[in-house]
Design a protein around this ligand. Structure first.
Ligand SMILES: C[S@@+](CC[C@H](N)C(=O)[O-])C[C@H]1O[C@@H](n2cnc3c(N)ncnc32)[C@H](O)[C@@H]1O
Length: 414
């Protein structure tokens, strides 16, 4: 067996990973790959790094261990409100106007939030479950197991309304569980978008592909491979929605690019479908720059700020985010925003008592901090403390009505 130097192994591993998953590790980002490699070498008790490469080539199951260490499983419900409005008001009604059963594919669904959000749109529109199915797929089997389970912490609801939560979820000891009538609309399947020749559905059998925050990590040729796969999966006149600025119309020449209410939607051409051609959309940021921004990592907890904490949390690194947030809180007089974020992280770790105390502290520091009322109401409700929850909701309603409420940056920077 040929012996490899350390960097040879890394470069070879980077090439294998990109071929398999699309993830591109530039020289500056090899560190992340190195960390994942170390984890696997230790788990397998392997000293020789080139042996690991061999293992990866000969045992496909090893990919199931490596991939979760490399991909970003970040997701949350009702993500990208403008795109959801477009789906609700334009795309789903058009698709549902056609007879037959409809299949909607959420490619790269991670832990399932996007798939259930789409199912909630169908449920809210009164579409019978047997009329339309949501298929969520991902390359990460660990994330999909969580999607199958359908039980979520507060962090997945950071940009949702109380109505959405109340309608589609029930409170359980482990978190908020997807309502059975939503659950039965969705099925999940492990699938690699880039496995050419393999589609998770019949060719031309899909009305919509929703693929958001997946292709942003890919180089242009990889994105084009994926677009070709989506085109094969879509029926004539079917729609593709990618993440905001993720696909430039120039790269999707096989699709009609439509700008509807300011949102870009791609459509597989069909002579029977009337589409409005639009002037070219504003140029997307250079993919490399976008990637550098979205994958920027916080290396040390020391010196971290709230944005760094949110980013860690967004990557699912809750314990590290909690440490970072505590260090922010210790370094300055704690603001309502910091206390609220600490509460969200505590709650994510299942510590609802700590979360409640922190939310109350946040309101003590700033009595007009609306997100703390919202989350406290939700927490109290989940414990059956309806009167106290209602009191919080009343406060929140007053803040909204008077316009006095303060709203911290709730979303995670990814
Ligand atoms: C950041 S998450 C996006 C989740 C969700 N779509 C959203 O926007 O909230 C990206 C997901 O893409 C998945 N992914 C990456 N490469 C993939 C591939 N080649 N095939 C299928 N899924 C992939 C990752 O495993 C990860 O779960």
């Amino acid at each position: 067996m040929a012996q490899h130097g350390e960097s040879d192994v890394e470069v070879e591993l980077a090439a294998l990973v990109e071929e398999r998953t699309g993830l591109h590790f530039s020289v500056g980002r090899l560190q992340q790959l190195e960390r994942a490699l170390q984890v696997r070498l230790e788990a397998l008790k392997l000293a020789d790094r080139s042996e690991y490469l061999q293992r990866l080539r000969s045992r496909p199951a090893e990919w199931d261990e490596l991939i979760p260490l490399l991909v970003t499983p970040e997701s949350y419900f009702e993500r990208g409100k403008e795109q959801l409005r477009l789906l609700r008001d334009h795309i789903l009604p058009r698709l549902l106007a056609q007879p037959g059963e409809l299949l909607l594919w959420v490619a790269g669904c991670s832990t399932g939030e996007d798939a259930y959000t789409l199912a909630a749109l169908l449920r809210d529109a009164g579409v019978p479950a047997q009329r339309a199915t949501v298929l969520g797929t991902d390359i990460n089997s660990v994330a999909l197991a969580k999607a199958e389970q359908g039980v979520y912490g507060q962090w997945s609801f950071r940009d949702t309304s109380a109505e959405f939560r109340g309608r589609h979820f029930t409170s359980e000891a482990a978190g908020l569980a997807v309502h059975p009538s939503l659950r039965r609309r969705v099925r999940f399947q492990v699938h690699n978008i880039l496995a050419s020749g393999s589609l998770p559905c019949r060719e031309g059998g899909c009305g919509l592909v929703l693929c958001r925050n997946v292709m942003i990590y890919w180089q242009r040729p990889t994105r084009q491979l994926a677009l070709a796969q989506f085109k094969r999966a879509l029926m004539s006149g079917g729609w593709l929605i990618a993440g905001h600025n993720e696909v430039h119309p120039r790269d999707a020449a096989d699709f009609e690019a439509n700008l509807i209410d300011g949102v870009l939607a791609f459509q597989k051409p069909a002579s029977t479908v009337v589409t409005v051609r639009i002037p070219p959309a504003p140029p997307a940021p250079a993919p490399a720059a976008a990637r550098a921004h979205s994958r920027q990592e916080v290396a040390h907890v020391a010196g971290i700020d709230l944005e760094g904490v949110r980013r860690l949390a967004g990557q699912g690194r809750i314990a590290e985010a909690l440490d970072g947030c505590r260090s922010v809180a210790a370094s300055q007089p704690a603001s309502a925003e910091t206390l609220h974020l600490l509460a969200t992280l505590a709650s994510e770790q299942g510590d609802s008592r700590e979360a409640e105390g922190l939310l109350r502290q946040a309101l003590y520091v700033d009595a007009d901090f609306a997100p703390a009322y919202r989350d406290l109401a939700l927490l109290l409700e989940s414990q059956g403390r309806h009167t106290s929850a209602q009191r919080c909701r009343d406060h929140l309603a007053r803040l909204l009505a008077t316009g006095n409420g303060r709203f911290g940056p709730d979303a995670v920077a990814t």
